[in-house]
Design a protein. Structure first.
Length: 277
């Protein structure tokens, strides 16, 4: 039985429809950030996509130009920039009505195979001979553009943590450690490594497909991380976590965490941070 790919080339029939989507998800606690992005773009609708998530979606093709114009003006610097360039190419193909031809449709399927999670099993079966000789995914190598970018990136991908572990060498029986962390897919390892030089501290670790940037040295947290985000504030509920992080740092700076009373203060703050907020 011939594949859809072969049938298309022989008959010039286009049995598939094509639609572009731009989507951003955030926790429902940060819906105000999503509304701010919506107002900047001037397009899109906000939906409750899951119990604890909200989504900004642009699906109207006439509105997609606003998305293209925005990211042309404010380029991404992670590997998502490569996704965007492919997305823009798909937009231009549709704008020029090339998706109504077999050649254009195949180009769009090739583009889809290179971004996000790639092709569905159904499309793989329909296009078994698919190649991407004419369409390539570029490797993104960019520098960190500004401190505001770092604070925005942290708003989406960063985390302020406190770890309390048992320790026989501490009078309270516990050790307290603060940690600032940013997590990304390993394809952005080079960018994450640049954070070390940019912030002047931290280190990188890997776990499977994930790479983490960590700052755990207390002196670096006090002298570099906290002053940085005080000058370039984080948006959304994560800023409340940062404020709690600062409160715990002050307790530790004053050595109060070495007492049971101070340890209890930190436990109480921890109980209301991040997913517990």
């Amino acid at each position: 039985m011939p594949s859809l790919y072969d049938i298309n080339k022989e008959t010039e029939i286009i049995p598939l429809s094509v639609r572009l989507y731009f989507q951003i998800w955030v926790h429902k606690k940060d819906e105000l950030i999503l509304k701010l992005i919506q107002s900047k773009l001037g397009v899109g609708e906000i939906y409750n996509s899951r119990t604890d998530m909200v989504e900004l979606q642009v699906s109207s093709f006439k509105d997609m130009g606003a998305v293209i114009n925005f990211f042309d003006k404010y380029p991404l610097i992670t590997q998502k920039w490569a996704d965007y360039l492919l997305f823009k190419k798909a937009y231009e193909l549709i704008l020029n009505k090339e998706h109504l031809t077999v050649k254009g449709l195949i180009s769009l399927v090739e583009i889809k195979s290179l971004i996000n999670k790639g092709l569905s099993d159904q499309l793989k079966e329909a296009f078994p001979n698919l190649g991407s000789n004419n369409i390539k995914r570029c490797e993104v190598i960019k520098d960190i553009i500004s401190p505001s970018w770092v604070s925005g990136f942290t708003s989406g991908e960063g985390c302020f943590k406190v770890r309390i572990t048992k320790s026989a060498s501490h009078l309270t029986g516990y050790q307290v450690q603060l940690k600032f962390q940013i997590t990304q897919h390993k394809r952005d390892k080079k960018l994450m490594e640049k954070l070390i030089n940019y912030l002047g501290c931290g280190y990188i670790s890997e776990r499977g497909d994930i790479v983490d940037f960590h700052v755990t040295k207390f002196e670096d947290i006090i002298k570099k991380i906290i002053p940085f985000f005080e000058e370039y504030p984080i948006l959304g509920v994560k800023n409340e976590n940062f404020k709690d992080f600062c409160r715990m740092a002050e307790i530790m700076k004053n050595k109060e965490h070495l007492t049971l009373e101070g340890l209890e203060k930190i436990r109480l703050i921890k109980s209301k941070m991040n997913t517990l907020r």
